[in-house]
Structure formats: structure tokens, C-alpha cells
Design a protein around this ligand. Structure first.
Ligand code: PLP
Ligand code: COI
Length: 338
């Protein structure tokens, strides 16, 4: 394989196989591996018109010992179930989901980046409503599909701090809407602010709560955390996606002797954090160097704005060491692909 593993970006590269299971007449079909990169859909499929689509994101890592491991796939399975339940879709069973994930990784083993390159194999499960409806109703049939693609860092900054912009003019999710589930529509709703951010030189947009704009929610594709006086603080909000990375970091933060608070985080607290970061499967931990709020021209700077703080650094290294099999998997998070 002649891929330039160390310089992969976060994008789609063709691999050998994807895997599919179909839900029809109340049951899921035996998963099938295929090399077909396309999906054939009825033109009235609910995923096309009414956004009846949910997805997930996870990674597989080649460890120091050569073994391939997936990070907490059951958590993704459970989150896909909660997303599917909200959109009135059929729920893929956890065992089916995890089994398909292992199989699609195994079938594409040659695309799992070598240990030491810092790259990984990104896994993208999606669930689509496939049967024809014209009225706004749930589909009768569903397709669960998983593809993989080798990836490098989501933000080109890698572990260098990113610049973040607050967007008060657009919301990604309504206060009692779909922010807590991983539906495609949330990402469609974030494209306008994402583009505004990119044009102004900010790779990441931070959203405030949609109702009052007083509290911190999250970034378009990652949770937010701040660290102050030995405490890891992360927002609790109905419109934030429960991040598996963040959940894991809360565990590791306690292990490192930090206190952990998951609660409503006021906008004004941005001025009090010593460190801040964005975290997620794609983003891993992206330290935040500064946050700019165009509405009042304020900038919140963390450290000198160019270096990750000491706690971000420790959390990042501990998480990566578990994922790459360098340190004991104390919490049983890694699932081997045999
Ligand atoms: N928040 C949003 C909106 C996301 O899209 C993601 C990515 O999945 C996350 C947070 C991070 O979640 P996780 O750590 O489970 O990848
Ligand atoms: C992930 O981290 O897996 C995500 O789905 C975020 C997405 C914006 C790439």
C-alpha cells in the first residue's frame, strides 16, 4: 500500500469493502460485504425527503503490538439506537452493530494505518430510511451501512491549538430539537456557520444555547470543555451530542486527579478557563488557543494561544496511549478485531 500515512487528511479514500444489513418485515438481514460504493434508493425514500437518516463515527487503531482495536463500539451502537428512536426508525441491535463494525474493519485490514503514523481508520455507520413515503411518515424499511476510510487529523492543526469563532446568528439545533442525537440534519444546519467560520480563518464554530445565548453548547462536530483550577468543566445541555470521547476524558480527568463538572456553563466563564478544548472521534482533543466572539469583538485566549496546556496534553497522551495499546486499557474500552 503506497498511501502517505503520515500526511493523510480527514477525507474519503476508497477502500475494499463496505458492509450492509437491510431491515425488512421486522428483521435485519445477514450483513453483506460489498465493494459497491453506491446505494440504490427509491426516489421517494424517507432519507432523501424528510432527513430520516442518522449516523455514527468511530475509529480503529493499529496498536504498538500490531493488534487492531476499535474504541468503545458499543457506545456508538447505543447512541445510534437513541438517534434512531428519536427519528422513529428501526433500532439496529447492539450485537449486530458491533459485529458489522468488526467485520468491515477486518475486511479492510490493509487500510488500517501502521502504528506510529498517528493515523487511524475512521468508521462511518449510517442508517437510512429507504421505503417510499410522500406523507411525512417513518419508513417501513431501513439500510444500515458502514464504510471505512483511513484518516489523519480532522483539523489541519493536529494537536496544535485551533482558533474558534462563536456564531450567534445561526443555530445548529433547536432548544428541544435534535442536538442530542446524531442526525444528518444537524450537520446540514451547521454548514452555513461552518463556511462563515472558514472564510474568516476559524476552522471551528462554537454554538451557544439557542434559546438565550447565555450558555455554552458545543462545536459543530465536537464537545467543548474548559479547565480551571484543577477542574474539568463541560456543558450539560439538551442540544449537545453526548460525546463518547468526552465521556472517556471525564474518566481520565478523574484518574489524573482533576475534579469533573458536567453542568450548565455560562458564557462569561470563557474568560476564566486556563485551558479549553474541543473533543470528539474526529477531533480527538483539539486544544483551543482562542475563541473570538464577533458580536462584541471579544477574544478569549488560553495560555499564549499557541501551545496546548498541561492538562490537555496529559489527557491527550493518556487517551492516545490506550487507543494505540501502549498503556493498559484499564477500563476495557478497546475491542480487538481478530
Ligand atoms: N458533538 C458533535 C456535534 C459531533 O458531531 C461529535 C462527533 O461525533 C461529537 C460531539 C463527538 O462525539 P464522539 O466523541 O462520540 O465522537
Ligand atoms: C466524528 O467525530 O465522528 C464526527 O462525526 C464529527 C464529524 C463532524 C466529522
Amino acid at each position: 500500500m503506497e498511501l502517505d500515512w503520515k500526511n493523510l487528511s480527514f477525507g474519503y479514500l476508497k477502500t475494499d469493502y463496505n458492509i450492509r444489513s437491510y431491515y425488512r418485515n421486522g428483521s435485519w438481514s445477514e450483513p453483506e460485504l460489498t465493494s459497491d460504493e453506491t446505494v440504490s434508493l427509491h426516489m421517494a425514500a424517507t432519507c432523501l425527503h424528510y432527513g430520516q437518516e442518522v449516523f455514527e463515527g468511530q475509529k480503529a487503531f493499529r496498536g504498538a503490538d500490531g493488534v487492531i482495536r476499535i474504541f468503545r463500539p458499543e457506545e456508538n451502537a447505543k447512541r445510534m439506537q437513541s438517534s434512531a428512536a428519536y427519528l422513529k426508525m428501526a433500532l439496529p441491535p447492539v450485537d449486530l452493530f458491533v459485529d458489522m463494525m468488526k467485520r468491515v474493519v477486518k475486511a479492510n485490514e490493509r487500510f488500517v494505518p501502521p502504528y506510529g503514523t498517528g493515523a487511524s481508520l475512521y468508521i462511518r455507520p449510517l442508517l437510512l430510511g429507504t421505503s417510499a413515503q410522500v406523507g411525512v411518515n417513518p419508513s417501513q424499511e431501513y439500510l444500515l451501512l458502514m464504510f471505512v476510510t483511513p484518516v489523519g487529523p480532522y483539523y489541519k492543526e493536529g494537536f496544535n491549538p485551533i482558533k474558534v469563532m462563536i456564531d450567534r446568528d445561526h443555530d445548529r439545533a433547536a432548544p428541544l430539537g435534535t442536538g442530542h442525537v446524531k442526525v444528518g440534519g444537524n450537520y446540514a444546519a451547521s454548514l452555513t456557520s461552518g463556511e462563515i467560520g472558514h472564510e474568516k480563518g476559524y476552522p471551528c464554530v462554537l454554538y451557544l444555547d439557542a434559546k438565550e445565548k447565555k450558555h455554552i453548547d458545543e462545536c459543530g462536530g465536537a464537545n467543548f470543555f474548559g479547565i480551571r483550577q484543577g477542574t474539568y468543566i463541560t456543558p450539560r445541555s439538551h442540544s449537545v451530542l453526548p460525546s463518547i470521547t468526552n465521556k472517556s476524558l471525564m474518566t481520565l480527568a478523574e484518574e489524573l486527579g482533576l475534579k469533573v463538572e458536567q453542568r450548565i456553563v455560562d458564557y462569561e466563564e470563557l474568560a476564566t478557563f486556563e485551558e479549553a478544548g474541543a473533543c470528539g472521534t474526529a477531533a480527538v482533543i483539539s486544544p483551543i488557543g482562542s475563541i473570538y466572539d464577533p458580536s462584541n469583538d471579544r477574544t478569549f485566549v488560553y495560555g499564549d494561544g499557541t501551545k496546548a496546556g498541561p492538562n490537555c496534553e496529559k489527557l491527550y497522551h493518556r487517551l492516545r496511549a490506550i487507543q494505540y495499546g501502549e498503556e493498559p486499557d484499564t477500563y476495557g474500552w478497546m475491542v480487538e478485531v481478530k
